[in-house]
Write a protein that binds this ligand. Sequence first.
Ligand code: 5GP
Length: 329
Amino acid sequence: MTVATEILAEGKTKILRPGLSPNEVRVTFKDAATAFNGKKYAEIPGKGQLNAQISTLLFKLLESAGVPTCFVRAGETSSELVYRPLTMIPLEVVVRNYAYGSIIKRFDFEEGMPFQKPLVEFFHKTSDDPQITEALILELNLVPNQAVLEAIQLMALQINEVFLQFFGPRGIRCADFKLEFGIDPDGKLLLGDELSPDNFRLRDTQTGAVLDKDVFRLDLADLAETYRHLLGRMQGPATQAAPPTRLHTYQAEVFVQSRKSILNPESKAILEGLHVLGYQSVQTLNAGKRIVIQVQAESLLAAEKQVRQVAETVLSNPVIEDYELRLKP
Ligand code: 5GP
């Protein structure tokens, strides 16, 4: 079988080519290292292969935790992966657990300080990637709607929890990372891009040694050697206890409504009242309730589990009612 050599797109560190079927694209990780918006550049033999391997490991980790990603399988060569094609959302979604990098230039945080709760920041993917507010993201139609933006935020936090549980017991502090998302041909939101140390800040918990692209940005150590060492630790067993869990407060809204076919007494009374008042045009009505909950939990996933249990067992009657849950970070 001949493999297409046509290039669909080429960025600083990856090349996209058509896959064997329309449901796939091939992504080649280049050996190029860039920093400071392309001002610093080097060819580092072996980097592409290492980034493909590290991305594969983390994509598989996320898939097994139930996070939908673009990853399909490893490719024909060791620096190639096969992805589902996505229409990318032009946002860089940065999650921060500790203060490093641009946030300490923008605000007065001490380097390495832990945040009370993980932060999610958005940057617009343009020539200089400015930080952008949620209102502006919607104003510029960078996402299809607000629900997608909220889903991105929740997915980013869920991914962070998976990473903290993975890196922590391997003696690695996951300080921050950048994600990108896209919409697949079925309209589903998926994690895209790559999961390599180019996009992370990772530090050895004991020594503070830098295990990410900062070694290249700041000329601290050999990048390929650092990434190889990191991959070895990621492939190895967990050697330390998981980090102590911290409790966070999460807000949830539960909406409870009768099933469509069931007209509850309250809805019937409101409908009859409206008709008496002359609003004959109102044909159907389904009155429900909205319950606002604050819950303390160690993670967003744990909070969702608790609220779902409460919604199913206490707040709604599963025989005649449906519920919807909205969790806010
Ligand atoms: P900062 O905003 O502090 O510069 O970056 C936060 C995190 O996002 C870091 O882990 C950094 O590596 C990643 N990041 C931010 N912007 C980019 C980018 O344009 N390219 C890559 N590869 N990573 C980025």
